[in-house]
Write a protein that binds this ligand. Structure first.
Ligand SMILES: [Zn+2]
Ligand SMILES: [Zn+2]
Length: 315
């Protein structure tokens, strides 16, 4: 493994790391050269930082965009595929994405649904706040605009994608996006875990797979017994099972906080939102989707009852 922090060669997978792991900075880009040119797994964002991330990265690696023949997208979010706009101006690579994220890659307006924005608006209906919230404009305002692609090839759980000398197994890992995939390379033991394992949990909403989907996805990743995990945000995780377990622990800690709050007596949805998230700015998004995901799991586990907006522990 060679490293100058921003660009690391991990056994032949060239990683272009983003400046920071915080949204709206672009996702890490994985580059795999071969005798036909090169492939990329995720391409980063569309704003200035995304453009520089991609172009200076390729320049550093001595690669030119016209030689890009294949793009694999971990999921259809702007920090991972926003730069497709720049790419499509120069070259038309084959674009692979899980079938469940195809609709959002072709028409980003569909992200309103997978981000559960209608649910958040419904929770805020009585206050009248956020009713004109527009997700794509929100991305634009943060300099992380979404891009659309016109043509994709669908991939599915269990498919094996050959890129250079690598054979990546597609693992469907919902929770954060319905068609979020992780890629496992058995020969090297390298696991590309997308947004699911990093410094902190990715956000999750019911229509993206919810908390239950997220936890099941973590179990799936753990069962691969990877030797090295590279996240989409942040640096290499040398002990994958520890990294996965840390995120699982943080998710379950949130469940604990909600259960603690309910021990004091019945709570409304927004009271639980405030119990989990101190900063009001995230109560609408992703707060509402995260709280709903927890409540769905707690109801399924027989732990809570919901009667209208009154949520209480099941006696
Ligand atoms: Zn994402
Ligand atoms: Zn991301």
């Amino acid at each position: 493994m060679t490293s100058d922090k921003k660009y690391i060669d991990v056994q032949g997978i060239l990683v272009i790391f983003a400046e920071s792991s915080l949204w709206p900075d672009p996702a890490n880009i994985f580059v795999i050269p071969d005798d036909r040119g090169f492939s990329m797994i995720d391409v980063g964002g569309r704003g200035n930082s995304g453009y520089n991330h991609l172009m200076s990265g390729l320049d550093h690696l001595g690669l030119k965009l016209p030689d890009l023949h294949t793009v694999v997208l971990s999921h259809a979010h702007p920090d991972h595929m926003g730069a497709m706009t720049y790419i499509l101006e120069e070259v038309h690579p084959k674009v692979l994405i899980h079938s469940l994220d195809v609709v959002s890659a072709l028409n980003p307006a569909n992200l309103h649904y997978t981000f559960d924005i209608p649910l958040a608006k419904e929770k805020y209906a009585s206050s009248g706040e956020h009713q004109d919230f527009d997700l794509l404009k929100f991305f634009d305002d943060f300099g992380c605009s979404m891009s659309a692609v016109e043509e994709v090839e669908e991939i599915h759980e269990g498919d094996v994608i050959s890129l250079g000398d690598f054979e990546f197994e597609v693992i469907l890992t919902p929770g954060h996006a319905p068609g979020h995939i992780s890629l496992f390379e058995k020969r090297t033991g390298i696991l590309l875990a997308g947004d699911l394992v990093g410094n902190s949990p990715a956000w999750y909403t019911p229509n993206s797979g919810g908390l239950t989907g997220y936890l099941e996805s973590l179990d799936k990743l753990e069962s691969k017994d990877a030797s090295l995990l590279i996240p989409s945000h942040g640096m290499i995780v040398d002990n994958p099972s520890q990294g996965i377990d840390r995120i699982r622990g943080k998710l379950l800690k949130r469940e604990e906080i909600l259960m603690e709050a309910l021990k004091d007596g019945p709570k409304s949805f927004m009271e639980l939102n405030a119990a989990l998230f101190r900063h009001e700015i995230i109560h609408f998004f992703p707060g509402c989707g995260i709280i709903e995901s927890h409540l769905i799991k707690l109801e399924q586990d027989g732990m809570v009852n919901r009667d209208g907006d009154v949520i209480c522990l099941k006696s």
